[in-house]
Design a protein around this ligand. Structure first.
Ligand code: CA
Length: 237
């Protein structure tokens, strides 16, 4: 047994879900540390320094968002929010407070593992766009950050500066849902709500130029009411 397993802190109060996730993770070679409430979770986070946290929002002692606030004071550890709530506000709030991604209950084993892998990868990759000559490749889509060229199946496509910046920003965070306000802040440095419309128009143009139809999530997934997520190559569909 290897001793360099990823250590995952699971904060979840529902016994059956806790046992299910623990079983899925240990079966797949992860080491799991368990907590049933927010305060113990904070203590274990400090003492164990896990590689990833899976966090339920509805905890008996405090709102799971309190854990997020606590962890993000000093740490960039990836945090995957797990919640029965399908409320978009909760998703947006947790992402804006620093969560890397969310999984809505009920979830499948494959989906959970794909999100775990993506979150761990996000923390490993030092922004590829900063490395000279770095390229992003997803299926038949290639982004050359230096030359600012995007191609699909070897054919260059012509994007505006803004469209390129949006696509590059999403690709740098592939696998992670980026909220509308996060993208808008990064591209326009503004937070006015009118920018959401502007972002949607740009996204529609990017899709069209990449040859994907509305509703076709080949490269970018539209997380309705939340934001956008660039796919990763190893993602299960
Ligand atoms: Ca709960």
């Amino acid at each position: 047994m290897s001793n360099n397993k990823y250590k995952i802190l699971l904060i979840e109060d529902e016994q059956n879900i806790q046992s299910l996730i623990e079983a899925i993770l240990t079966t797949n070679g992860y080491q799991v540390v368990l907590s049933e409430n927010c305060q113990t979770g904070m203590r274990l986070f400090s003492s164990h320094q896990p590689d990833l946290v899976i966090l339920d929002l509805g905890l008996p002692d405090m709102d799971g968002l309190e854990f997020l606030k606590f962890a993000r004071q000093e740490h960039t550890t990836p945090i995957l929010v797990l919640s029965a709530r399908t409320n978009e506000i909760d998703k947006v709030t947790s992402l804006d407070m620093g969560a890397n991604d969310y999984v809505t209950k009920p979830f499948g084993t494959a989906e959970l593992l794909a999100r775990v892998r993506a979150a761990l990868r996000t923390s490993r990759q030092n922004s590829a766009a900063q490395i000279p000559g770095a390229k992003f490749v997803l299926q038949d889509l290639t982004i050359d950050y230096d030359k600012r060229i995007v191609s699909v199946s070897g054919e260059d496509i012509h994007l505006t500066q803004t469209e390129f910046n949006i696509l590059a920003f999403l690709s740098e965070h592939a696998g992670k849902v980026l909220t509308y306000s996060t993208i808008i802040r990064s591209i326009w440095g503004a937070t006015d709500s009118g920018s959401i419309k502007k972002l949607q128009v740009n996204m529609a143009n990017i899709r069209k130029k990449c040859g994907t139809k509305p509703g076709d999530n080949r490269y970018i997934i539209n997380e309705l009411g939340v934001g956008y997520r660039m796919r990763t190559d190893d993602e299960l569909i």
